[in-house]
Unconditional design. Sequence first.
Length: 197
Amino acid sequence: MTSSTQRQNLRRQLRLQRKQLSSRQQHIHARKLANVLQRSRHFKQAKNVAFYLAEDGEISAEAAIQLAWKSRKTVYLPVLSPFADELFFAAYTSKTRLKLNRFGIAEPAVSIRHCKRAHQLQLILMPLVGFDSQGNRLGMGGGFYDRSLHFRRQQKNWRKPRLIGLAHECQKTVAIPVEDWDIPVDAIATEKTLYRF
Ligand SMILES: Nc1ncnc2c1ncn2[C@@H]1O[C@H](COP(=O)(O)OP(=O)(O)OP(=O)(O)O)[C@@H](O)[C@H]1O
Ligand SMILES: [Mg+2]
């Protein structure tokens, strides 16, 4: 089986698992995740943090967003560039107007000119489909985070931005077949714990 087929099969299987969680379980996981993040040093120290609005059974970051607002952090959400397959990041408050992008995903209705690039943020919390014990991350397959974080490949030990993947524990798998372009994360936070790599 090719690596690409393996990745597709893994995606299908892991997406099915997270979609089977009840809304009650989703709610509990979101609260527990916020607690796990609150105890993490990188979350405590970061003043500007990118989150995401959950889709497709992804673990919800909303409880964590509330915490971030309370701690006076600046919260950002990804905005898809209309010109390239790259993510920009727009400030997000309770007053921010949202619109649907070309994938039907809600994002702040702002011009790219008013957005930040990934390297300007201190911490990026990213969704994922699967992760393994090495910090490898399997996304939905668009390569958007990988492309936007490509600069991390040129140097090891980047201090900024820190990358933490957010996931349900059921998204953990033995080994993700990785490709050259995949950007690993520094840590994964689940409803149970924070895994550091
Ligand atoms: N730095 C890059 N430059 C150009 N293309 C890239 C880059 N990174 C990834 N891609 C392309 O994106 C496609 C999808 O990548 P991949 O399967 O790793 O997505 P993913 O990690 O699941 O998605 P995402 O990053 O959006 O969560 C690949 O076919 C790859 O060619
Ligand atoms: Mg990838």
